[in-house]
Design a protein around this ligand. Sequence first.
Ligand SMILES: NC(=O)c1ccc[n+]([C@@H]2O[C@H](COP(=O)([O-])OP(=O)(O)OC[C@H]3O[C@@H](n4cnc5c(N)ncnc54)[C@H](OP(=O)(O)O)[C@@H]3O)[C@@H](O)[C@H]2O)c1
Length: 347
Amino acid sequence: MRAWTVDAEGLRLSEVPEPALRGGGVIVEVLASHLPAYTKAVVTGGRGGLPLPLILGPSCIGRVTAVAPDVFHVAPGDLVLDTALLNAGDGDEILVGWVGLGASGGNERTDRMREVWRNGAFAEKALCAKETMVKLPGAEDYPDPARLAFLPWLCVAAAGLHTAGPLAGRDVAVLGATGQMGGAAVLLALAEGAATVTAVGRNQAALDRLAELDSRVRTHQLTGDRATDAAAIGPVDVALDALGATPTADATMAAYDSLRVRGTLVLVGGVRQDLTIPYGEFMHRRLTLRGSWMSDDETVRTVWNLVRSGVLDLSAVELLKTGLTDPDSALDLAERTSGLSFVALVP
Ligand SMILES: NC(=O)c1ccc[n+]([C@@H]2O[C@H](COP(=O)([O-])OP(=O)(O)OC[C@H]3O[C@@H](n4cnc5c(N)ncnc54)[C@H](OP(=O)(O)O)[C@@H]3O)[C@@H](O)[C@H]2O)c1
């Protein structure tokens, strides 16, 4: 079969043997995978180490074709989301086929996990660990399964937003709303009944598109000045930071400043800066600062039900399809794609 493999020389399209079923495993026919905007940085080592060689790809929408005898929660014919997340407990987590280690940051146990479950989903077929498979009941009837490749980003955004409690009737801000994670967070907050959603980013065209979604959307184009940005964003009850790698923490701290008393700032983005939190002020404002990584099966089911019922309409997201044939062009396209657009790899 054809697959995107990465080794010391980089990423390429390869002909590889079809995966063979083994204990704890599920074989899926890959229907579509989201190609994250920053995949080029992942392949070139800019986002942490990949275990090489491997088949790349952190998640997919797939159709189950075979399951090992010890797998009971999915069956051949089911449409599933592959979350890629394998959790051994105590902070030892890996993303199969991708960078990203859990709270432990990696050790001998996560090395062993990556040895056994290494290959990802940018391929025609994938062997997945049963723990990464979440069934999507009724997805067989969804008009365009490739569009469902946006589900993983919606689920990560949802898991982050849900740490702040119910969103209905509350004012929510999304930092980096002009990226795909931020765009997903805006859609989710609207679907779950936020009173207002303030979309914050640099790209004015992407902000304008978000404003067209719903009259509850407000937009703010980042100025780079923390006080000015905070005044324009807030006051809000919940702020979700979904920014990519920024050179300073100013935009994140503007979101922090914009919180109401008892507000929550949730960090899910790619900012790798230290945050300076003033102890007394944090205490008196009774704030909450939360981190959130990836998603859980229950959140996947909640998000799928929002999509399935039409409460969250994925037609708001522009879908750009690409095949396996030309990895370099596909990565270029993904890099240029942001906001309410995403690239789905359809093998
Ligand atoms: N917590 C988790 O479980 C999880 C899971 C997946 C991904 N992530 C993280 O989520 C982040 C966002 O993902 P993404 O797919 O949306 O793609 P991304 O390309 O990494 O993020 C793009 C967003 O970051 C903004 N941005 C980038 N550089 C900036 C700068 N110097 N100043 C201000 N804003 C800047 C962009 O703003 P403009 O477009 O307006 O310029 C856009 O809103 C990623 O970095 C990734 O690490 C986290």
